[in-house]
Design a protein around this ligand. Sequence first.
Ligand SMILES: C[S@@+](CC[C@H](N)C(=O)[O-])C[C@H]1O[C@@H](n2cnc3c(N)ncnc32)[C@H](O)[C@@H]1O
Length: 278
Amino acid sequence: MEKEKNIKIHETAFVTSTFRSFDENLSHDNFAKLWQNPTTEQWIKEYLEQVSSEETYTHCLRNRYFLDRIKDLLNNEEIEVLINFGSGFSMYPFLLDEKLINIEIDKPEIVDYKKTKIIDWQKENLLPKRNIHFIGVDFSENYEEDLLSKIQSIKANKPSFILVEGVLFFLDREETDNLFNFFNIIQKSGDYIGSASFQETLKETHAFRNLLSFFNQKVSKTNENDYQTIQDDYYKSKKNYKLIDHQDYFSLSKKYGNKIKQSEELILNENFYLLKKI
Ligand SMILES: C[S@@+](CC[C@H](N)C(=O)[O-])C[C@H]1O[C@@H](n2cnc3c(N)ncnc32)[C@H](O)[C@@H]1O
């Protein structure tokens, strides 16, 4: 039973990375394709048909937005460390300059698997060498003390960018508050957070109802309250942080010249926030 659950967790991360490989011009991720496999492709085929055919482009643009923001900040020497919470199988370390220090945090089975695959691909020269530290953590558990000491031993006083994307939807509000409190502890003034989440209006869309019935069929029985949405105010009222950019699928489509194919009702419109610590 537990094993089956783990495979399912893996699958959401596989799916996200595979979407990014479907339009490399948009995602600017030329390594995501390494995660492709027949099981995920079958999942994606059904997901695009039954949930929303726009999902390839929403995922590509999310990657592109955060990649470009992190790249700019790294070029301007504003950050030295990227800490990715719920990193899944995203490939940012390989898409960014080798001087960046990367900390990837996810459930232990995910980071262990990712690490093994990355070492194999580096041996085969499919991936360049990078400075990456993998840490296995479950955000539903009591992780703060141990994680803090691990992160501090790597990051010390260096400026950081924290990324949390594709994760908050699956966490509850208390777990989310704990994460943001933790971010505040490890960051100093001038550091950044990039966060992706959905707004409450998502739940009124046809696409969300499709998603719910798809998950209920394929993953486990859930209802709409099992998926967290977050309003702009959550970010605007964060003590010690200033919201400096806010985008969504529609604004990013304009910015990057992506032609929107479906009606709003059939799109899972994700919002993207950039916060700077004051
Ligand atoms: C949809 S994937 C997104 C992965 C990655 N951020 C990306 O955008 O490619 C969600 C990730 O969140 C991780 N995750 C979900 N709940 C978690 C928890 N309680 N603790 C740690 N990681 C969690 C999953 O293991 C998975 O890798």
